[in-house]
Design a protein around this ligand. Sequence first.
Ligand SMILES: Cc1cc2nc3c(=O)[nH]c(=O)nc-3n(C[C@H](O)[C@H](O)[C@H](O)COP(=O)(O)O)c2cc1C
Length: 208
Amino acid sequence: MKKLLHIIATPRGNDSSTLKVSKAFLAEFSKKYPGCIIDELNVATAKLPELAIEEVSGKYMLLSGKELSGKPKEAWKKIEAEIARFLAADAYLVSVPMWNFNIPYTLKHYLDVIIQPKYLFRYTASGVEGLAKNKKMVVAASRGGDYSPGSPAQASDLQEPYLRTLFGFVGITDISFLIAQPMNMGLELAEKKLRETILKAKQAARDF
Ligand SMILES: Cc1cc2nc3c(=O)[nH]c(=O)nc-3n(C[C@H](O)[C@H](O)[C@H](O)COP(=O)(O)O)c2cc1C
């Protein structure tokens, strides 16, 4: 394990419940893989490239099997840099709170930037081929409510299925979720659930 990319999608810093889970994971992970570089990307504060006309035109050039050229080629330098950073990792830790049943827009923005034809996926005669191969992922998530399997709100969890579908599309299928929930339905319950998830995070790092 040479490099882990830690993608952070909460702006809450030290107040973040999600990051408490991630920190526990990373503390154990660093013991197991002492030489592993942790590259931290906070999409809540990073200046990500916009997807405006030139960038989107470049995507359609690639989708139609052409090479990038002209203004889109220039505009794509920043996108290619983000993709290179993503692909340089062997493993990922994604720290993501639930926002409106899904992921925060900052993470969606990042995913819209990096998930590109030719780089992360391609269409073949037999269907889509994900190009981010042999990579593992852990998602540390937290939610205000409780969307556990079997609970009444389970069907409203669009976060885990979305992330599994999206990363599966680019070839990342080895994904474990560490979910702290409910974080906003009483302090005592939140603290208990957070403690439990932190223990699971430590174990997940030892098993990683
Ligand atoms: C903009 C926004 C939208 C939210 N939407 C939901 C939601 O749909 N469902 C839910 O259970 N909690 C929701 N929450 C609560 C957060 O998921 C919860 O507090 C989480 O633990 C925050 O993680 P953090 O402390 O790492 O930022 C939302 C919070 C914010 C700020």
